[in-house]
Design a protein around this ligand. Structure first.
Ligand code: AP5
Ligand code: MG
Ligand code: ZN
Length: 216
């Protein structure tokens, strides 16, 4: 099972990837999460990525591609993967194909999550995350049991620095200009599967699992 989740910021890639990773028993690989982990740990990669992420811009392709190549070569990704946030522009998409081919692998499908602009903005500005364990919530759509605290580890929740309205607007613009062309790119390869990303989380996950499974 080698899946790519494609969709704008706030379309639910991380939320769905978590469910799909459990159902298909393959790792959830999020380039954004890897950058944020490096940031927390104060690595050189994290410091470099921060400058781009805080501006809502993409981290340079060579850095991101090297990071993904490394991650996909790890033992747990041999049986498959759910990629969330990569590829993110045509250059990364074009680099990804020979990279998979050389490793003797091919994509099962590309899951495209379609969500309206105003819903994206409401989702992102209302998102709260746990700085310790990475769990993600929404003040309205998925509130924690105790307001402001993580259900898993009780840590105080925070807002992602790039979830301010200003940076969200920038990220959506970068999506339109750089990431959206991948929809046609994968459609032309017969890999694209489109889903209504405004469905409730569980209903959407069921729809994805049944369509991907039927596809073989
Ligand atoms: P990244 O971390 O990938 O962020 P993103 O693409 O902007 O997407 P998000 O994580 O914000 O949204 P999501 O689709 O995962 O939605 P979520 O499930 O959380 O990238 C961050 C930055 O890293 C980039 O800007 C860039 O700088 C850098 N980067 C990453 N990858 C890169 C690459 N390949 N190349 C270069 N740079 C890269 O859901 C959002 C909210 O909605 C949550 O609160 C959730 O609870 C709620 N929600 C989700 N689903 C539903 C639903 N069905 N119904 C109701 N609410 C829902
Ligand atoms: Mg995410
Ligand atoms: Zn937590």
């Amino acid at each position: 099972m080698e899946l790519v989740l494609l969709g704008p910021p706030g379309s639910g890639k991380g939320t769905q990837a978590k469910v799909l990773a459990e159902r298909f028993r393959v790792p959830h690989i999020s380039t954004g999460d890897i950058f944020r982990k490096n940031l927390r740990e104060g690595t050189e990669l994290g410091e470099m990525a921060r400058r781009y992420m805080d501006e809502g811009q993409l981290v340079p392709d060579d850095v991101t591609e090297a990071m993904v190549t490394d991650r996909l070569a790890q033992q747990d990704a041999i049986a498959g993967f759910i990629l969330d946030g990569f590829p993110r522009n045509l250059a990364q998409g074009e680099h990804f194909q020979p990279m998979l081919r050389e490793a003797g692998r091919r994509l099962t499908a590309v899951i495209h999550l379609v969500v309206g602009r105003s819903v994206l903005i409401t989702r992102l500005t209302g998102r709260r995350v746990c700085p310790k364990c990475g769990a993600s919530y929404h003040v309205e759509f998925n509130p924690p049991q105790v307001a402001g605290h993580c259900d898993v580890c009780s840590t105080e929740l925070v807002q992602r620095p790039d979830d301010s309205l200003e940076t969200v607007t920038k990220r959506l613009e970068v999506y339109d200009n750089e990431t959206a062309p991948l929809v046609a790119f994968y459609e032309a390869q017969g890999l694209l599967m489109e889903f209504d990303g405004e469905l409730p989380v569980d209903a959407l996950a069921d729809a994805i699992v049944s369509r991907v499974s039927a596809h073989g």
